[in-house]
Design a protein around this ligand. Structure first.
Ligand code: ZN
Length: 497
């Protein structure tokens, strides 16, 4: 077990955890949001992040500190906590971002880690190579090798109680991300940022982002705390948590505020396009769009940044509550409705249902079927697997209706879309207690038919009859030919005649 991270609860790939940061003597509850602080700008003061928003951890850029003589001297003399006026944990980024934006930087891994230690960072970052999406495989591999060499150097630097990040790169090659994850996990470094995903998020490529995270997670151990580097829009927090990310850093709250942009969990709005402020935070209850627009620039920027932070922290709390209640995927499903690209992201997540199933609890709050995507959730997959292991008598009536008294059958099992068949004795067990709409969709029936097929194929010596309520022929045709079918809706008519 990793000493610094403890998982308290899981739901799908998401987890509630505790990251212990010894140098700050702070325990951070995850999922956690790290607001990004620029030491030169005071959009929202770090102390206020603590008092108004409950921030337990923030992130600042060590390279900016290093590059400004005045700030550097004060940081070295008094430490970052005094400089910023923040008692929580402070993570520092190394400036790899500057490397990718502005060309080479001139400091070594040892120097940059020592420097972060000397200014009082609690979690430091080595200088990795943030390989952008879609580069050649050759470049991604070469740069990954350099990043891995630097992680090995970082491992050897004496950093005392300071935790050290082990960034996971590999561009848009999921197998390289997996290899990078495995390598990083094998070091004795502490926190695992998935790097260089910002260009994917800027281009709304949430499906590719999900595949990148899935790759990294396959390589990393289940107990590794994972940071989605540069992920700051509350719209996608639930999706990323569902994939197993624990930490986020938001520069978005400040950057967007500077451009009069207003964050919501359903996307971004421009202040001038809003007739109302659809948010219960103090900024939005004390103002309307006109009063905000009338503020002097700096005050308006701070007001919007505060709103953006309120929205972001509220979403993190909502996600934590959803994990606790076993309702995380329903929240992801709701967020997926805010933009077609978010729906792509959710569908990509469901393509990894197999991977998520491993951490999904066997029992939790009721399963709500709220869209045809629900038919692909990990719980459905798990039930289908379980069907292959159940003891089955010689002749079974699988039915959406009442149990049959026909002596031809040894047993009557229930059929419930999207899960498919199960013995009546399991009716009150999770997830078969699911709330499912009466107006079933095709995806639910297809998934139920898959369940029937799994059961039939695992028991070739048994006979099965399916009593269904009006399943279309195109779904019935997917069943093995040996299954007899009976349409209960027309059978009912036949009885009445
Ligand atoms: Zn607000």
């Amino acid at each position: 077990m990793r000493e610094s991270f403890e998982i308290r609860a899981t739901d799908a790939g998401g987890r509630l955890g505790e990251l212990t940061v010894p140098r700050a003597d702070v325990t951070v509850e995850t999922p956690a949001l790290l607001p990004v602080i620029n030491p030169h700008l005071d959009t929202v003061e770090p102390r206020q992040l603590e008092t108004e928003f409950g921030a337990e951890i923030l992130i600042t850029n060590a390279y900016i500190v290093y590059n400004s003589e005045d700030v550097r001297e004060r940081a070295l003399e008094d430490g970052l906590h005094d400089l910023l006026g923040f008692d929580g944990a402070i993570m520092t980024d190394s400036g790899s971002f500057q490397l990718s934006e502005y060309g080479e930087i001139t400091v070594t891994t040892e120097e940059i880690l020592r420097f972060q230690h000397d200014i009082g960072s609690d979690i430091a970052t080595p200088v990795d190579i943030p390989t952008p999406p879609d580069v050649s495989r050759e470049r991604a591999e070469t740069e990954l090798e350099t990043t891995q060499e630097r992680l090995e150097i970082a491992e050897g630097v004496d950093t005392g109680e300071m935790l050290v990040n082990a960034p996971v790169q590999g561009s848009t090659y999921p197998d390289l991300r997996e290899r990078a994850g495995k390598h990083a996990d094998g070091t004795d470094l502490d926190v695992f940022p998935i790097g260089a995903v910002v260009p994917l998020m800027n281009d709304y490529r949430y499906d590719d982002m999900v595949d990148v995270i899935a790759g990294a997670k396959r390589g990393l151990g289940a107990d590794a705390p994972v940071h989605l580097f540069g992920a700051g829009h509350p719209m996608m927090f639930a999706l990323a948590v569902g994939m197993g990310c624990d930490l986020f850093d938001s520069a978005a709250y400040a950057l967007y505020a500077r451009d009069d942009r207003y964050l919501t969990v359903r996307g971004t709005r421009h202040l001038e396009d809003l007739s109302y402020l659809p948010c219960p935070c103090p900024v939005c209850t004390d103002n309307d769009p006109d009063s905000l627009a009338a503020l002097p620039d700096a005050e308006r920027e701070t007001a919007l940044a505060r709103h953006n932070l309120h929205v972001s922290f509220a979403e993190i709390r909502r996600i934590k509550q959803a994990i606790r209640a076993g309702r995380l995927l329903e929240l992801v499903e709701q967020r997926a409705r805010s933009h077609p690209t978010m729906l792509d992201g959710y569908r990509a997540l469901l393509a990894h249902a197999d991977q998520l199933e491993r951490t999904d609890p066997v029992s939790k709050g009721p399963f709500f079927y709220t869209s045809h995507e629900s038919a692909r959730r990990p719980e459905v997959l798990r039930h289908h697997r379980r069907l292959e292991r159940l003891a089955v008598p010689d002749s079974v009536f699988l039915t959406e209706g009442e149990a049959s008294s026909d002596e031809r059958f040894d047993a009557s099992w229930r059929v419930k879309p999207p899960f498919g068949p199960f013995p009546r004795a399991l009716s009150r067990t999770y997830p078969l207690t699911a709330e499912v709409p009466d107006r079933r969709d095709r995806a639910a029936l297809e998934a139920a038919a898959t369940g029937v097929t799994r059961l039939v194929e695992a028991n070739p010596d048994s006979e099965f009859t399916l009593g269904h309520r009006g399943w279309p022929d195109s779904v019935l045709e997917t069943l093995p030919a040996s299954v007899a079918t009976l349409d209960l809706t027309t059978a009912l008519y036949a009885d009445e005649e």
